[in-house]
Design a protein around this ligand. Sequence first.
Ligand code: XMP
Ligand code: MG
Length: 209
Amino acid sequence: MASPPIDIRNAPPVLPDEVFIPKEYLSDIDHILVRQRCFNERIHVMAEEISRDFEHGNGLAVVVLKGGKYFSDHVLTHRMMNAKFEYRTVRATSYHGTESSGNVALESDISEDGVKNKHVLLFEDIIDTGRTLDAITQHLLQMNPASVGIAAMLDKPERRTVAGIDSFIKYCGWIIPNKFVVGCGLDFDGKYRDLQHIAVLKPEVYHGK
Ligand code: XMP
Ligand code: MG
């Protein structure tokens, strides 16, 4: 059994001056939801759990680009990770700016041969409406995998419109409030992916976009 996600929906906010933030980003950040130290502690636990569960082999990591890569890199190369995974990527385009649009188009290097009889673990940065992971999961299930599970860094359950996805979530880092977040792989128009905390932007940063 994996540990439950850490619910930080009512946690007191960490102010930007309590952590190190590169000066280029400092004035854009309203507050921090997950600081780097907490991120690393949780990744340690998740890497141990995923390692234990996939030690039998036959694991296929499918990373949802671009946002899921930061998370999957931290988990899959963690010193506690002993399981070996084959590695594929999928790019889903459905999201522009801060609002999700309806349709999901997939572009991937996944083939039926590569998925058949594999224990697939999808790595995603954040589950919002659930549409992206629903489209990817349905796509993978047609290729006869041994199993499909989701490892999500973050979950915003209040935004969910596709509830069917929830039964596939095997590992999840944090449950967060319904706010647009950046950092640890999450971007706003290509920026902030390399911020080493998960942060909420000031509304004026994305206003008008
Ligand atoms: P759905 O609605 O399909 O959306 O579950 C998942 C995708 O939407 C993006 N997303 C975000 N990106 N900050 C971001 O940088 C956010 O707060 C956020 N919420 C959703 C993300 O690409 C995710 O894969
Ligand atoms: Mg994404």
